[in-house]
Design a binder for this molecule. Sequence first.
Ligand SMILES: Cc1cc2nc3c(=O)[nH]c(=O)nc-3n(C[C@H](O)[C@H](O)[C@H](O)COP(=O)(O)OP(=O)(O)OC[C@H]3O[C@@H](n4cnc5c(N)ncnc54)[C@H](O)[C@@H]3O)c2cc1C
Length: 541
Amino acid sequence: MRRWNGWGDDTIQYPLSPRALAFLREAVGESEPPRDVSLATVLATIPRSPLPDLPGNGLIQVDERDRLKHARGQSLPDWVALRSGRIAAFPDGVAYPLSTGDVAKLLDYAARVDARVIPYGGGTSVVGHINPEPGDRPVLTINMRRMNQLTRLDSISQLATFGAGVAGPELEAQLRARGFTLGHYPQSFEFSTLGGWVVTRSSGQQSLGYGRIENLFAGGTLLAPAGEMRLPPFPASAAGPDLRQLVLGSEGRLGILTEATVRVSPLPEHEEFHAIFFPDFINGTTAVRRIVQARLPLSLLRLSTPVETRTTLALAGHERLIGLLEAMLGVRGVGDGKCMLLCGFTGQSKTVRDTRQATLEIAREHGGVSVGRRFGEQWIEGRFRTPYLRNTLWELGYAVDTLETATTWEGVPRMVETIEEALHSALPEGERVHVFTHLSHVYPQGASVYTTYLFRLANDPDETLRRWELLKGNTSRAIVAAGGTISHQHGVGRDHAPYLHAEKSAIGLAALRSAIAEFDPDGRMNPGVLLGCRAEGDLQS
Ligand SMILES: Cc1cc2nc3c(=O)[nH]c(=O)nc-3n(C[C@H](O)[C@H](O)[C@H](O)COP(=O)(O)OP(=O)(O)OC[C@H]3O[C@@H](n4cnc5c(N)ncnc54)[C@H](O)[C@@H]3O)c2cc1C
């Protein structure tokens, strides 16, 4: 069963080795397990729902467990709220439609009872996308997970249409059975959904080969309070602005994406993942930039800084193997400053062979030492398991969060420094923060910078939240000041809304607000998300 106050399936654990625990304690200090509240305690705090069910339909659940499970996503403030039981608001009802017709009925119902509506995919948002806000109007959350079927596969044109609530594993299983793949693997793959990916502009780990979701989204149906918009899957069109771009990143504000058509690829003939170690981050970054600018057809390039490389190796266990690896790298001139690059090669066997050779040649010119497939394959096998570590760390008294942006190649080294410095200096004297970074997605013009930070939980949840606010606020301001986007892949939600004006300009935000009002004249759809209350009330601020 899915955890109600943490990540993932509650039968899956991610234990830490004694060496990994010692590494953590050394990095941020000893911590104490928090006193989390029980499920029963939280359930007892949920007020009675004012919502009547749809007469004779049974689409809406008002059960406390359902309402609790849809109250929060996966951001750090969400975890603090769930684990402490301090949850400001719950949805008053949760609906599970089976069809676009059901969604239409639910939107009519919401209009009748003047409810706010929160579209819900997998609830994996890390920026406050799906949290109801306290207020007088009731809140109806519409969980799309039962709309999860492949409804059409055009194998000639390589287009597949799904119910938008399909989660990663269900989507890939249905495609793979027919010889195709979407190749979209965000780390939240296990639970996040196609609709969620589209409206948050998500990026999968192999986006270098398959493209980000905006490259994969070909069309679909959006049901808005003011009407239905169909987006045909044209391969290209010069008929005015592309309205698919309006839906991408709309974060539930325009309406509900009920079905989506995606561009799929035949299953690759061959796939392999390699690790290469560089003597330092500058050499690694230069090699990665050259590889991506040479337009070599890789599916993944992921470069860790020295601290992230050290952290990954320390948390991996396998002490003896890592000792041997470090000794071998040392002999080849790759010592303490080493940076790990993961490379994915996907496609026809010959293309894979040629691409690997060309990649290794460039890497060698920058002191890169290939260690073959073992580390790369291990990373791929464990890539959806890593988020489970967050549960283990919390229970030991540590909070983990991530930050991400993108900037041009010229700005990458300074952006890494700026983010890490902002995190290191955010907390008062005495509280240490362990910070590490990788370039997670690379483009010919630049890269996304993805930073993980770890700090101690306080005894008081409000103090933990205050620490997070200092860290997140300090760093978000620094990212914007350094010219980075406020989000490369997690979206805006509530947490990034105050920073949106820096990259959209006042007139851009006003245009967005007008478009939203056209689709949703009564302000019913997910208010507070994307433009935020502050941005909506004061676009200049
Ligand atoms: C451990 C972890 C790892 C992550 N890794 C990545 C990653 O590698 N790459 C990445 O891009 N993101 C990542 N994320 C963030 C998150 O998974 C993405 O933002 C994802 O796209 C959200 O999808 P979801 O289905 O869970 O949407 P939800 O969280 O349920 O909703 C997100 C937003 O989409 C709206 N929405 C959802 N479905 C619909 C619909 N059908 N119609 C209209 N609006 C809808 C909601 O109203 C909300 O505003 C990660 C999150 C976690 C917790």
